[in-house]
Design a protein around this ligand. Structure first.
Ligand code: SF4
Length: 159
């Protein structure tokens, strides 16, 4: 596979549980679960006109991680760079009301927050695996076509 990185754009909602979970799960994926395969795109910088961020999201696959169904990260990415490859909406895991519950400080995090972060991080990893699998399939098909073989026949190439 040609070297590819997947950009993760997390919403920056700081005052609600969904936004905070989005950021913690994104960090867990970047620093532990998929280190080296992923990079983060800073949403505030992206919106403020960060050229590198916008270019990266145009060229590489992206996943938006949003805290609620307003989907700010997805909308901003699609406005400035193009369609995202996948969206993880924390509110679909937590429930919209809980996701939008106010969070003044990290001390107010629910007791089971680590479990929720893990769930969201696993969802992000599933999306990453699907994107990589799609890229590998596409590359394999292109390789077959470049050798004058269609993807439909026997692998010996004579059928
Ligand atoms: S998606 Fe929801 S939680 Fe995230 S920044 Fe937008 S409104 Fe806030």
């Amino acid at each position: 596979m040609k070297e590819t990185k997947i950009g993760i754009v997390s919403c920056s909602g700081e005052e609600c549980l969904g936004g905070t979970i989005s950021r913690l799960a994104t960090r867990k994926v970047l620093e532990k679960l998929r280190m080296g395969e992923t990079v983060t795109i800073c949403l505030p910088l992206f919106i403020a006109g960060g050229e590198e961020e916008r270019l990266f999201a145009k060229v590489f696959p992206t996943i938006a991680v949003d805290g609620c169904s307003k989907l700010c990260a997805m909308r901003a990415t699609e406005k400035y760079s193009g369609k995202v490859n996948a969206v993880v909406n924390v509110a679909e895991i937590l429930g919209e009301e809980k996701a939008l519950s106010e969070l003044v400080s990290l001390k107010e995090m629910p007791q089971d927050y680590e479990e929720i972060v893990d769930k969201v991080a696993n969802e992000i990893c599933k999306k990453i695996d699907k994107i990589i699998s799609d890229i590998l399939t596409k590359e394999a098909m292109e390789e077959l076509e470049s050798q004058g073989k269609s993807g439909g026949g026997c692998c010996c190439g004579n059928c």
